[in-house]
Design a protein around this ligand. Structure first.
Ligand SMILES: [Zn+2]
Length: 210
């Protein structure tokens, strides 16, 4: 899956649950960012090629690391509103949204908020692993197994349904995004339809056009 697809999968998953209505759009933003975090192990390329070969798709792409980093990101964002600050800075260069966006509903921090932010961020990070399990191989490349139980077990998992480079799911997410722009009041419904369309696409692509 591309970074865009990972982020959109998590954002749509969050919007489909209506959490943004009760807690503000900040919760969807943290889901989108958290869904990108497992790819941090790709940064090992800055160290050396050997380190990258050893670490990429291993150190960040396992259940323990993905969930832990997700929880940490959720707690930090809820406490310090990191993405809120980034969003407000970004807003200066962006056109006004079609209707006012409520970033945070709560005025004060609560235990429920800390719990929710960490659960949503962890679930988003884990959705990245699910995506990488299903989107693999193609273009002459071998399927790339994920060592989900690393460092406790070297066993690899992969269930290739959609090859790398396939743009089908990107187009579905993009269509969903434009539909949300046209119908801001129907964001939840559009997110649900988008996720169903993505699931159907993966199934049809995997079983009928493998
Ligand atoms: Zn990945």
């Amino acid at each position: 899956m591309s970074p865009f697809e990972h982020a959109m999968l998590a954002v749509n998953g969050c919007l489909a649950t209506r959490l943004q209505e009760k807690w503000g759009w900040s919760i969807a933003a943290v889901a989108g960012v958290s869904a990108l975090t497992p790819d941090w192990d790709g940064l090992t390329l800055l160290g050396s090629g050997a380190l990258f070969a050893q670490a990429h798709r291993v150190w960040g792409h396992n259940l323990v690391a993905a969930a832990s980093i997700g929880v940490l990101l959720g707690l930090i964002d809820y406490r310090f509103d990191v993405l809120g600050h980034c969003g407000r800075r970004l807003r200066r260069w962006l056109p006004d949204p079609p209707r006012p966006v409520q970033w945070r509903v709560e005025q004060h921090r609560s235990v429920r908020g800390y719990l929710l932010w960490s659960i949503v961020a962890a679930a988003a990070a884990l959705s990245h692993l699910a995506g990488d399990l299903l989107f693999s191989g193609g273009m002459g490349l071998a399927d790339w197994e994920l060592q989900l139980a690393w460092p406790f077990s070297p066993r690899g998992w992969v269930y290739p349904m959609v090859p790398w480079g396939d743009v089908g799911v990107t187009l579905v997410f993009a269509a969903g995004m434009f539909a949300m722009l046209r119908r801001p009041a129907g964001v939840t419904q559009v997110a649900r339809v988008t996720l169903i369309a993505v699931a159907l696409y993966v199934l049809v692509r995997g079983f009928c056009f493998a």
